[in-house]
Design a protein around this ligand. Structure first.
Ligand code: FES
Length: 266
């Protein structure tokens, strides 16, 4: 094939590639779709999101709500009566927005959901390239601000793990220190989300101090290297934390419904 022929624009989906280039976008499409369906369903439930000292991460922090974890008591009186209420509605915009604008997810769902591009060296569905410098994708630049909120969420979820160490006996009302399987599930969730959040590209930029000299890095050279190390595996942290945060909700939900038993380790 001549060079000119190789450079000729291809029709949508046309390619010379012989590998399974469509497999990764397909897996991403199925994985993200499954997560969005489950998270939306769980957010709409408004029940079975807490058990004992455990609170599902989809509902944390619980700003208003019926559980003992609620900061300001039950559903506020000003909430419109025609509008469905769930404590998750008040907070899920933050982790949702953080993931939606993540550089890794952007690259993957642009391919998987609207095939633009479907893959490297594969024909695109449109001729013009608008990129992220024009409307509407310019809003993706809000990612660094979502990062600030996501870091606050890490501390709030860590506080939930601390609370998950204190069990109240329903008979005696006495609260004592303990570790249940649920405590470990919640703790691993914080570890996974921390690995994802602190390996963020914006965090890497921030930890580098935006300066030319790494000796002046915001968290020192060690901090920068640590963030860079997490960043190199950002895709793995992204998927691991996505799966585990959903599983944590499943765990709390099934225990609250009485389907699973939360075993106390000590
Ligand atoms: Fe993925 Fe920031 S780039 S979380």
């Amino acid at each position: 094939m001549s060079r000119a022929e190789a450079m000729k624009p291809r029709g949508f989906g046309q390619t010379q590639r012989k590998d399974l280039w469509w497999l990764e976008p397909l897996v991403i499409l199925l994985g993200l779709s499954g997560y969005i369906v489950y998270a939306t369903w769980a957010a709409f439930q408004g029940q079975f999101y807490h058990w004992g000292p455990y609170l599902s991460p989809f509902y944390s922090p619980e700003i208003f709500g019926a559980s003992p974890h609620s900061w300001f008591g039950p559903k506020p009186a000003w909430w419109p009566s025609w509008l469905l209420f769930s404590p998750a509605f008040l907070i899920l915009w933050a982790p949702g927005g953080f993931r939606f604008t993540c550089y890794y997810y952007r690259g993957s769902y642009y391919k998987a959901f609207w095939a633009d591009p479907p893959g490297c060296a594969v024909g695109e569905p449109r001729k013009s390239y608008l990129g992220e410098r024009s409307f509407p994708l310019i809003f993706q630049n809000i990612h660094r601000y979502f990062l600030y909120v996501a870091v606050i969420f890490i501390f709030l979820l860590a506080a939930d793990v601390w609370k998950a160490l204190w069990f109240t006996d329903v008979q005696t009302g006495i609260t004592s220190f303990g570790v249940g399987v649920g405590t470990l599930v919640l703790a691993l969730n914080v570890i996974m989300l921390s690995g994802y959040t602190f390996g963020c590209h914006s965090m890497r930029h921030f930890s580098g101090g935006g300066k030319d000299q790494l000796s002046k890095a915001t968290f020192g050279l060690k901090g920068y290297n640590c963030v860079s190390c997490l960043n190199r595996n950002h895709m793995r942290w992204a998927w691991g934390s996505l799966f585990w945060v959903a599983f944590t909700d499943v765990y709390v939900r099934l225990v609250a419904m009485g389907i699973w038993t939360d075993w106390r380790i000590f």
